[in-house]
Design a binder for this molecule. Structure first.
Ligand SMILES: NC(=O)c1ccc[n+]([C@@H]2O[C@H](COP(=O)([O-])OP(=O)(O)OC[C@H]3O[C@@H](n4cnc5c(N)ncnc54)[C@H](OP(=O)(O)O)[C@@H]3O)[C@@H](O)[C@H]2O)c1
Length: 330
């Protein structure tokens, strides 16, 4: 099993971008992954900054393919895509013809994890109105379908920039709750819970967009919210989304910005597939609910190892926060 990642949180994005635009660096093995003391894989870094990757998807896609080649040379039979390496390869779809290695974008387990976090928050949300920003994406579409299937939200607002894709998602979403679509981020202002799943190098959700006491569940990498939001809006709770507890997990030689025992849900999907002996591709493009249910069942079988959403954190910190909406993160 191998992993493609960029050491988010280690080097500021702008510095990383400027340096990497000038230096045509090859992908490198960045850290070893150990699970309960056994070496189970490696993290491979794609040396390309977020803004550069999104602005030049063709070159970005080529860099990701080179990283997959490196993983294969190092003996990997499964590669998980992390950070923006999935969006830049259309959720891994551009790698679907590869027969030398299985590929997964990790987004089925990410969607399952984010949905479990939303369910938890819904129990305390005053009005039950949820916005998914980035709803038409790979993770966003699956999370939106899970919320609609779950039926616990009072209303679901789907937000993205492309109206055609929004209408198509709303048409096939099913479920029993009212669903609205919008291209205007300002419309999230009446939502109690905002789930952020955009793929952008910019700040997408800002202080002026949010209702009093709103909870923002931000699963983006790199973050599409700024720590400034917490300072400007002390009433708002900004929680990290898509982080999973796997107590026996250690990275040796490098950090992906999380302490030992915690990891991103997409890396957790790759681990789950690896330890369950999966062969071939798993999640490519947008995950179906069947894929989400399949990876959830695999996680349940390995629950002795963890694979559950981490306790609430904000920007990696577990400081206790109480908001006017009454949500407590300890
Ligand atoms: N925590 C984890 O383990 C984990 C796992 C997987 C992914 N992620 C993160 O989750 C995010 C989404 O990944 P993905 O693979 O689902 O990406 P994706 O398939 O490219 O989807 C991105 C979505 O965001 C929308 N979008 C982009 N920029 C926007 C903007 N400025 N305003 C509103 N909507 C915008 C896109 O639609 P339009 O282009 O139509 O706007 C699309 O709906 C990424 O940041 C990724 O790094 C985290």
């Amino acid at each position: 099993m191998a992993r493609i990642w960029r050491p988010l949180g280690v080097i500021p994005n702008q510095v990383y971008d400027r340096a990497l635009r000038r230096l045509p660096l090859p992908p490198v093995t960045f850290a070893q992954v150990q699970l309960t003391g056994q070496r189970v894989g490696e993290v491979i870094m794609v040396p390309f900054g977020a803004a550069h990757l999104l602005a030049d998807r063709r070159t970005g896609g080529r860099k990701v393919a080179e990283a997959v080649d490196l993983a294969v040379r190092r003996g990997a039979d499964l590669v998980g895509l992390g950070g923006l390496t999935a969006p830049v390869t259309n959720g891994g779809m551009v790698l679907r013809r590869r027969t030398d290695v299985g590929v997964t974008n990790g987004n089925a387990f990410t969607a399952a994890t984010v949905y479990r976090q939303v369910e938890e928050l819904l129990g305390r949300a005053p009005h039950g109105r949820v916005a998914v920003v980035g709803a038409t994406g790979s993770v966003g579409s699956a999370v939106s379908m899970l919320i609609a299937r779950g039926g616990d939200a009072a209303e679901l607002l789907l937000v993205a920039r492309d109206a055609t894709r929004l209408a198509s998602l709303a048409g096939r979403i099913g479920g029993s709750i009212p669903v609205r679509t919008t291209r205007q981020i300002a419309e999230i202002v009446d939502c109690d819970i905002v789930v952020l799943l955009t793929a952008s190098a910019e700040t997408v959700v800002r202080a002026e967009h949010l209702a009093i006491g709103a909870v923002v569940l931000d699963a983006t990498q790199p973050r599409n919210t700024s720590p400034e939001l917490v300072r400007l809006r002390p009433d708002v709770l900004l929680l990290d989304g898509g982080v999973v507890e796997v107590p026996g997990l250690r990275l040796q030689g490098g950090s992906i910005g999380l302490p030992d025992g915690l990891t991103y849900a997409c890396l957790a999907e790759t681990l789950l597939l690896s330890i369950s002996g999966h062969r071939g591709h798993f999640t490519l493009g947008r995950p179906t609910l069947d894929k989400v249910d399949e990876i959830t069942a695999i996680a349940d079988r390995h629950s002795a190892l963890g694979f559950r959403p981490a306790a609430p954190m904000s920007f990696g910190s577990r400081t206790a926060v109480v908001t006017t909406s009454g949500v407590v993160a300890a």
